[in-house]
Design a protein around this ligand. Structure first.
Ligand code: NAP
Length: 192
């Protein structure tokens, strides 16, 4: 049994990931979110639901204790969130982190809107964690799974990716967590 916690479980991509993982018998899901009434999934009877704020280190540490994988699906003050996540994981001995960031974070000059995403990535990359940072292009709600990845240092490709594709990649990393360790991956729809 693999213990997986989703931080920001009321988010768009998290919804798709929960839909996939909630059906798996070998995954014990913990859904961490500020307000459980904002959870979009219906079929969560087998999940543990924890109300909390990622900016509250005590709440975060308590929720992360005993997890095998932390998947962060967050928006807002991402640098402060990343600092708390790294600290909480270090202090609880949890190693694997999947963190959704954005396309364009290594661009020079950096677009101001992407600064929080870049700062969060810098915090995570400076840690000793077994992280996988994902840098998706713009999301579509198309019902398809069609994606490719690029590694850090390679030119990013494409302009869109479906939410379902990104969720599928995340569930694959959860299934095979030793893949993409200490990597920052661009994610896009091929030829988009
Ligand atoms: N839209 C795009 O095309 C696109 C493209 C590339 C990257 N991205 C980025 O990809 C990431 C994931 O996207 P998404 O659409 O799934 O995001 P989303 O729907 O906005 O979800 C973000 C989640 O973060 C939670 N959150 C915010 N502050 C929190 C805190 N202090 N403690 C706990 N939870 C907190 C929110 O919960 P509440 O319900 O409590 O507010 C929300 O559910 C985002 O950073 C987004 O900017 C988006």
């Amino acid at each position: 049994m693999k213990n997986v916690i989703i931080l920001g479980a009321s988010g768009n991509i998290a919804k798709h990931v929960i839909d996939i993982l909630a059906k798996k018998d070998d995954v014990k899901l913990t859904l961490f979110l500020r307000n459980k009434s904002r959870l979009r999934n219906k079929n969560v009877s087998r999940c543990r639901i924890v109300e909390g704020n990622v900016l509250d280190l005590h709440q975060l540490k308590e929720a992360i204790t005993g997890q095998d994988i932390v998947y962060a699906n967050l928006a807002g003050d991402l640098e402060a969130m990343a600092k708390n996540i790294v600290k909480a994981m270090n202090e609880t001995g949890v190693k694997k982190l999947i963190f959704i960031s954005s396309i364009g974070i290594y661009d020079v000059p950096l677009k101001p809107v992407l600064k929080p995403y870049r700062k969060a990535a810098d915090v995570i990359e400076a840690s000793d964690l077994e992280y996988t940072i994902l840098r998706p292009t713009w999301f579509t709600s198309t019902d398809e799974v069609d994606y490719e990845t690029t590694r850090k240092g390679e030119p990013e490709k494409g302009s869109v990716v479906s939410q379902k594709s990104l969720a599928t990649l995340i569930t694959k990393i959860i299934e095979f967590p030793y893949n993409y360790v200490r990597e920052s991956l661009g994610v896009n729809k091929p030829n988009s």
